[in-house]
Structures are given as C-alpha cells and as structure tokens.
Design a protein around this ligand. Sequence first.
Ligand code: HEM
Length: 192
Amino acid sequence: MIVAGHETTALTLFWSLYLLASAPVEQERLLQEVRAVALDADNAGDTFTKLPYTRAVVDETLRLYPPAFIIVRKAIGPDRIGDLAIPKGSMVSVAPWVLHRHVGRWKDPDAFNPSRFLDAQQKAPRFAYLPFGAGPRVCVGAQFALAEASIVLATLIQRFEVALADDTPVLPVGVVTTQPDHPAPFRLRVRT
Ligand code: HEM
C-alpha cells in the first residue's frame, strides 16, 4: 500500500490541483458540485457517489498525467502483436502516456476536459485508457485510489480557492512515476 499506493495517489492530487488552478471554469464547476456535500469521515463511502464531476476531474487527470506512464512486460514465450513477431524474452512496453494522448482515440487529446468522462459518447475504448493497467495484474487499489483522490480533492476545493503562485509551466518528468520537474507553488485562498 505504501509503495504502490502513496506516491501514485499523491501525484494524482498534485496534477489535478495543477490542472484546476490553470482552469478556473472547471474549478468553479467542481465547487458547485461539492459546495453542499457533507464531507466528513463518517459518511465518506456515501459521499463518493455524490461526486461525479470530481471523479471525472480525477479520471481526466489520470488520462493527461498517468502516474504509471509506462508498463513493461517480458514475453514468457513467442507471441505476435498485429504484424509484429515478439520473440521469447522480449521486453514489451505499453505506454499509457502515449495511448492517453492518441489523436486517433481521443477528441482534442491535449485539452483538460473532465466532461468527456461523463459523456458515454466520448468514452474511449477500454484499452486506450490504462491508468491502472489491465488484465491479471491490474491495480488492486484502483477503487480505493479513485475514492480517496476524489474525496480529498473535493475537501480541498470546498475549503480553498487554488491558484498558481507563478506562471512557470510545470513539466512532467518520467522518474518511475510522472513527477513534476519542480515543486510548483500554489496560492490557497480560504473560501468564505
Ligand atoms: C492513482 C493511484 C494509483 C495508480 C495510478 C496505480 C497504478 C497501477 C498500475 C498501472 C498497476 C499495474 C502495473 C503493471 O501492470 O505492471 C498497479 C498495480 C498495483 N497497484 Fe496500483 N495504482 C494506484 C494506487 C494504488 C493503491 C492505493 C494501492 C494499494 C492500496 C495500489 C496497489 C497496487 C498493487 C499491490 C499492484 C500490483 C498488483 C499485481 O501485480 O497483482 N495501487 N497500480
């Protein structure tokens, strides 16, 4: 839980705050959703179901900045991917980073548009969206992480207006996970 579950979820929260700080309209929409929701620990399970837009922001963050930007497998036997022969022992990389921004799979792939996850028409095929992997080794903590990230994000936005304290772009760097290249300063204003 500590190794696989802490940094991945922390990065999801970092990038979601970065995206929301850069997109006031989406932050305001999230605020409208969370404004009237009671976000205390006692009813956390019920709360999650009342946060569809917050969850969509988390989904969209995981699309644009998947913490696991690459997933690697070693072929245990000869295989084939389309026209390509895979000899036994080959390292095969599946890159959520590339799949999630593929122009053939997503409309306007570089845009931050959480609503795409609320619209069944815009849903990408299952294997074009792999923030938690797929198959027998799929993330065992996925549902926990989605609930945790959504509830923490809702709590933060309910209490604070989040802005960037400077306009230096934060670039993603692939160091095991998708890290920010520098600790971006945020400015928090308490909401009244
Ligand atoms: C947003 C947060 C998270 C992301 C993006 C994430 C991503 C992933 C991915 C992509 C894999 C598959 C790796 C592969 O196929 O090689 C994975 C596996 C795994 N994750 Fe997560 N994870 C997250 C949160 C968590 C949490 C909260 C836990 C634990 C409570 C957790 C525990 C695990 C474990 C144990 C595996 C290995 C499963 C196996 O091999 O059978 N993860 N995760």
